[in-house]
Design a protein around this ligand. Structure first.
Ligand SMILES: *Cc1c(COP(=O)(O)O)cnc(C)c1O
Ligand code: SF4
Length: 516
């Protein structure tokens, strides 16, 4: 007769200890166990056996022993053996009930709070779609937009909202706010597409979409009236930014469909709608052509998708013609600010270019609100044609600076075919938006809370931009001594031993085939 494993022995000992046996089962409990026992015996399944042991263990905690139901050790051992025989991995019932279920219960406790709060504190644009649709009808009527206007990129841009009066007519703006916005927009460009405006919820104070799109008094009060120039110390050639050896950016336009209040490039962006000449692009391409190390080129802006299709197609083809350029990236917020731009012609251009060398689309989504059925469809279409769609979010006070909001953002975009890539700490270099900054301690708390609790590929890397992107994850290595590390699990602080590879063995080249 085979023996049961030590987890099951421990579980049996726990169940059959005769100390603290104080209680008697009531009728309901008797029925429950009688049924569970019958099913566990009759069915060729592991589940009912686990259920019986779990129920017995719960009752034992209340001082009622299996003996009270006429169940003895031999009976339990038989069932435990049956369990091990059925299970493909020969997992024991003791391991399931004594270990695995406990770990799952602990894990459940970590996400219960999130599950209860996520749709209340951070509803997505999909969950709010009915209200958004109502907003759209109101905005369409006030702006006298036809359905065709609404559904087209030129229609959205032609009807974009630039003035405070127009804005106040479409959404709830407190009177004093309107005055302040008028003052700020003397220095900062404001432009909201009617679509993006429809994501603003009536009556919500500090609505996360409003905060991103409508400049407030702090912007000039923090910065002084003059906009401090962003250093041009990373631009080795016209339209080119470079601080890495093998990755460069081309600033393809100064235009965006919507101008963000937290834009890192605020000094260049949104002054005038500027397209650049082929001569300017030509100089950028010349620089890239002349340095064989450059492998990956990001076409940014502004927003790469405000370029006309013909220009985008030309630029991508030029990059494909440079042999050492192997990868292309396009930076755009258009799928969230004006998803109507993602037309078949653009999708074909992306697909054809991706056939030559991989194209990745890098976007910026900061709240789950920005994912609506329409933007989700746009991302789905794009993701079918390129090699990846990645998100670079910015950590912004009041917008996504809590665990619940950030988890919800990352899960929602993942469900919309977009992979979380970076989470940027809001830069110190632009005093205009210091009111949005979140302390690094809080940023780390949010990021670390994600490990072990949501899908690993929904967790972005937390980054500070300071002359390049610097990762800010706190180290989980508690100590490292004598070839052994102590690591900390971010989700519960538990420390685990982690033996390192042996350094002498690692340095010895005489291994595997070298030994023959
Ligand atoms: C962000 C950025 C890059 C790309 O960095 P990755 O870490 O490769 O995403 C490259 N060049 C410049 C100037 C940038 O701002
Ligand atoms: S889309 Fe990007 S470049 Fe354009 S305003 Fe927003 S943050 Fe700036």
């Amino acid at each position: 007769m085979t023996k049961v494993d030590h987890y099951t022995r421990e579980l049996l000992d726990d169940l059959l200890r005769d100390d603290l046996v104080t209680g008697q089962p009531d009728e309901g409990e008797e029925d429950l166990i009688a049924n569970a026992l019958k099913t566990a015996r009759e069915k060729h399944k592991t589940g009912p056996i686990v259920m019986l042991f779990k129920a017995l263990l719960d009752l034992r905690k209340n001082g009622i022993s299996p003996a009270a139901f006429g169940i003895n050790r031999a009976e339990l051992v038989d069932l435990a053996k049956k369990h091990a025989e059925i299970d493909e991995h020969m997992a024991s019932v003791g391991c399931r009930v004594g270990q695995a279920l406990k770990i799952v219960e602990q894990a459940d406790a970590r996400v219960d709070d999130y599950l209860a709060r996520k749709d209340i504190e951070a509803p997505s644009g999909i969950e709010l779609w009915n209200t958004i649709r109502e907003n759209q009808e109101r905005i369409k009527t006030r702006l006298a937009m036809s359905d065709a206007d609404w559904d087209s990129f030129p229609g959205q841009i032609r009807h974009a909202i630039n003035s405070v009066d127009e804005l106040a007519d479409l959404i709830d703006l407190p009177k004093s706010a309107a005055k302040d916005i008028l003052r700020v927009t003397k220095n900062y460009r404001m432009r909201l597409t009617p679509y993006y405006t429809s994501l603003i919820m009536p009556g919500e104070v500090n609505d996360p979409v409003m905060l991103q799109a409508i400049p407030t008094g702090e912007m000039v009060d923090n910065a002084g009236i003059e906009i401090p120039p962003v250093a041009a110390d990373h631009s080795p050639a016209r339209l080119v930014d470079q601080f890495y050896p093998r990755v460069v950016t081309i600033k393809s336009t100064s235009m965006c469909a919507m101008y963000c209040t937290h834009c890192l490039r605020i000094a260049h962006i949104g002054k005038k709608d500027k397209m650049f000449s082929k001569e300017a692009y030509g100089e950028a391409l010349e620089y890239i052509r002349s340095d064989k190390r450059i492998r990956d080129v990001l076409v940014t802006g502004g927003d790469a998708f405000v370029l006309p299709n013909s220009m985008l197609k030309w630029l991508l083809a030029e990059l494909d013609r440079i042999d050492h350029v192997r990868m292309k990236r396009l930076g755009t917020r258009v799928p969230v600010t004006v998803p109507m731009r993602i037309d078949e012609e653009l999708l074909d251009i992306l697909e054809n270019s991706n056939d030559n060398k991989p194209v990745r689309v890098v976007t910026q989504i900061n709240t789950a609100r920005e994912i609506t059925p329409v933007s989700r469809q746009a991302f789905k279409n794009i993701s079918g044609r390129v090699s990846a769609v990645l998100n670079q979010a910015v950590l912004l006070k009041g917008i996504n600076d809590s665990r619940v909001k950030m988890w919800k953002l990352c899960e929602t975009i993942q469900e919309a075919y977009v992979r979380p890539y970076y989470l940027f700490n809001c830069s110190y270099r632009n005093p205009q938006f210091s009111h949005f900054r979140v302390p690094v301690e809080q940023g780390r708390d949010i990021i670390e809370s994600m490990y072990g609790n949501i899908s690993g590929d929904a967790i972005p890397r937390y980054i500070a931009t300071a002359g390049g992107k610097i990762p800010m994850h706190r180290s989980n290595v508690v100590s490292s001594e004598g070839g052994e590390l102590v690591l900390k699990k971010p989700w519960n602080g538990e420390e685990v031993r982690y033996p390192d590879a042996d350094m002498d063995e690692y340095k010895n080249g005489d291994f595997s085939f070298a030994k023959y």
